[in-house]
Design a protein around this ligand. Structure first.
Ligand SMILES: NC(=O)c1ccc[n+]([C@@H]2O[C@H](COP(=O)([O-])OP(=O)(O)OC[C@H]3O[C@@H](n4cnc5c(N)ncnc54)[C@H](O)[C@@H]3O)[C@@H](O)[C@H]2O)c1
Length: 351
C-alpha cells in the first residue's frame, strides 16, 4: 500500500501543449502537490495562474529554481532549453523528469547524467513508449526469446506537415521524432549501436530535414531501419488533439509502426490503433486512447503511467524499472551520429 502521508512537492517548467498534461497528471496524484510553475509566454502564464491558484507562478526558470523549495521538477519546455534547466535543477538538489531530448548536445547530456549520479538524484528522460502496454508485451515476448535472435527492426513515425511548420522545425527531427524509436530499439534489443547512417530530405526548405531515414547496425547483428516524414496532409484523419477536446489547436496525426523480425517469430505493432472512429462536421478522426487521452478532465494513458511511475520511485514504492539513464545517453550518441552522417553523407561508427 502506498503511504499517503509521504508528500512530493513538484515544480513544472513549460505549461505548453505537453506541460498541461504533465501538470494535470501530477495534480491528480494523491501524493503530489504542484507548488510552482514556470512559463515564459504571457497567455500560458495566466492560464497556469488560473488553473493552479495555490502554486507560485514564475516567468524565469533559473530564478524559480533558486527560490523554491520542492522535491522534484518536470521539464516540459522546448527541446533546446532542457540542458541548462536540468543542470540548474540538479545543482539545486532536485530530482528531475525531463521530456525528451535530455539535451541537444551529447557532451551536455553526459555531464547531466554524471551530475545526477554524483548527487544521487533521480534523472529520468521521457521515453513514454516504455510505459505503453502493447510495447511492454512485445518486450516480454522478445525477452523470453519467443521471437528468437532479432534480425531486423523496422520503425516508422510519420507526422502532420502542419506540426512541422508550427514547431517541428525547432529542433533536428532526430531529436523530435526518431529519438523515440532509437530508444525503443535499445530497450527491445538490449544491444548497443555500432554504426549509424542517415539521410535527410529538405523539400520544405527549413534548416532541419522534414524527412529522415536511418540505418543502425547493432553489436549483436540486428539491422534496424528507421524513417520519419513530417508530411502527412491536413486531410489525414487526426488522432492527436490539443489541450481539451473542444479545441482544434494542435490537432494532427502520428502514424507510427514497429516491426520486429526474429529467427523464430515476428511482431508488428501499429502504434495508433484507429479502434474508435468519430465522424462529425470537421470530418473523420480517431482519438488517441493509448498515450494521453483526456477522460473527464483527467489525462490518462501511458503518459500517466510514466509520470506516476516516477513518483512511485520518489516515494520509495515499487516501480516498473524500465527506465535507463545509460540508454538515454546512448540515444543521444546515436542522434548526434545520425545528424553527422546526414550532413556528411558518411557512415558514423560509434566506439
Ligand atoms: N514524449 C512525447 O511523446 C512528447 C510529446 C510532445 C512533446 N514532448 C516534449 O515536450 C516538450 C514540450 O513540447 P510541447 O509540444 O509542449 O511544446 P510547447 O511549445 O507547446 O510548450 C513549451 C512551453 O514552454 C514555454 N517555454 C519556452 N521557454 C521556456 C523557458 N525557458 N522556461 C519556461 N517555459 C518556457 C513555452 O512558452 C511553451 O508554453 C518538448 O521537449 C517535446 O519534445 C514529448
Amino acid at each position: 500500500m502506498t503511504d499517503l502521508s509521504r508528500r512530493i512537492s513538484f515544480a513544472l517548467i513549460g505549461f505548453g501543449r505537453f506541460g498541461k498534461h504533465h501538470a494535470n497528471i501530477l495534480n491528480h496524484h494523491p501524493n503530489v502537490t504542484v507548488d510552482a510553475i514556470c512559463e515564459t509566454d504571457p497567455i500560458a502564464f495566466q492560464q497556469a495562474k488560473n488553473e493552479f491558484p495555490d502554486a507560485k507562478i514564475y516567468k524565469e526558470p533559473l530564478n524559480m529554481l533558486q527560490e523554491i523549495e520542492v522535491d522534484a521538477v518536470t521539464v516540459v519546455s522546448p527541446e533546446d532549453t532542457h540542458a541548462e534547466i536540468v543542470l540548474a535543477a540538479l545543482n539545486s538538489g532536485l530530482h528531475v523528469f525531463c521530456e525528451k531530448p535530455l539535451a541537444t548536445k551529447l557532451s551536455d547530456a553526459k555531464h547531466l547524467a554524471n551530475l545526477a549520479l554524483e548527487r544521487k538524484l533521480k534523472l529520468r528522460v521521457g521515453y513514454i513508449l516504455r510505459y505503453e502496454p502493447r510495447h511492454r508485451v512485445l518486450k516480454q515476448h522478445i525477452s523470453s526469446y519467443k521471437l528468437g535472435e532479432l534480425a531486423r527492426i523496422r520503425a516508422k513515425r510519420d507526422i502532420s506537415r502542419s506540426w512541422f511548420e508550427a514547431y517541428g522545425y525547432r529542433v533536428h527531427s532526430a531529436y523530435e521524432t526518431l529519438i523515440h524509436d532509437i530508444d525503443l530499439i535499445l530497450w527491445l534489443s538490449q544491444q548497443r549501436c555500432q554504426s549509424v547512417s542517415a539521410w535527410g530530405g529538405y523539400l520544405l526548405g527549413y534548416e532541419v530535414p522534414e524527412t529522415l531515414v536511418m540505418v543502425l547496425e547493432m553489436d549483436k547483428g540486428t539491422i534496424c531501419t528507421l524513417e520519419s516524414s513530417w508530411l502527412l496532409p491536413s486531410g489525414t484523419p487526426a488522432n492527436i488533439f490539443g489541450w481539451e477536446d473542444s479545441s482544434d489547436a494542435g490537432k494532427g496525426v502520428v502514424d507510427a509502426t514497429l516491426e520486429v523480425i526474429g529467427t523464430k517469430g515476428s511482431g508488428f505493432l501499429k502504434t495508433y490503433e484507429p479502434s474508435l472512429t468519430i465522424n462529425d462536421a470537421t470530418g473523420s478522426y480517431n482519438p488517441d486512447l493509448a498515450f494521453w487521452p483526456q477522460i473527464d478532465g483527467r489525462t490518462a494513458g501511458a503518459l500517466r503511467e510514466e509520470i506516476w511511475d516516477f513518483v512511485q520511485e520518489l516515494i520509495g514504492e515499487s516501480h516498473a524499472q524500465v527506465d535507463s539513464l545509460d540508454d538515454s545517453i546512448h540515444v543521444q550518441e546515436i542522434c548526434e551520429a545520425a545528424i553527422e552522417s546526414e550532413k556528411s553523407g558518411k557512415k558514423i561508427n560509434i566506439t
